[in-house]
Design a protein around this ligand. Sequence first.
Ligand code: ZN
Length: 292
Amino acid sequence: MAAVTPTKVTFTQGQCELDSVVQLAQPTPDGDIYVVTETTPFHPVSHIWPDHPADRGTLTADGKSADVKDCLTGAFNTADGTLHVGKDIPVKRDEEGWHFVVVHLIDSGIDIKTGDTVSLLVDADYQQALSRGHSGAHLTALALNKVLHEGYWRKEASRIDPLGHYDFHSYAEQTSFVEADRCIDSYRLGKTLRKRGLNSADMVADLADIETKVNLILAEWLTAGEGVNMARKGDTLTDSRYWQSKAGGQDIEIPCGGTHIQSFKELGSLKVKLVANSDQEVVMTTLTTPAR
Ligand SMILES: [Zn+2]
């Protein structure tokens, strides 16, 4: 049985192109091919928290290129040699005998075998647009926390964000979707959050004012043009990764699996829109543009 090792990833280091050896090429139930390589520049969508879309790009073997139609997280069972993809992964990341891998989905039009060397090329423009949206969203969440901390909590909350503010974002976040140059976070303002001390009715009533304040903070933070670093415990897909930057001169570290810009100088603008869908739900849209 061929050895399939945990995939080494380079998307945290900003590397978009490399050659690697195929460890597994297997037909899918739909007639496509799953390709697993030793190393990849592709960021796969997470099967647990699919907030950041898969990278796009191409895989080239023997002079023939195929689009990577999707890029998924997989787990290879070393005992029986089976590959489990996406929602079919039955184990957690540290389970003995399972190797987590990046699975490239391509059309069956090209001939790929285990042991072949293939070229992997990520669509850097698309990845950077996702990275701008994702890095921007980390700052907007912190700026929203700051504004709410200063006027919308009547009790102390135990969960504090990296800037020392009550962590509304973490308490209330229901879903998060990164897209090219944007991120959409939806927040639930339920009974529990009111009991914790958030004056959610005031928050909804003052939403336009809060939006203005958040945008002022973001403009100030952006001016500093801080760097962004992805610290990681190792080079495989499941090694813990941390987003590190600064806002208002203070250090920030957030556990995060996505792809990111390397500096806030890469943003031309960073803004939020806040909309209340009901008295129970607020949607925050983070909008970024590339620097010119
Ligand atoms: Zn993140």
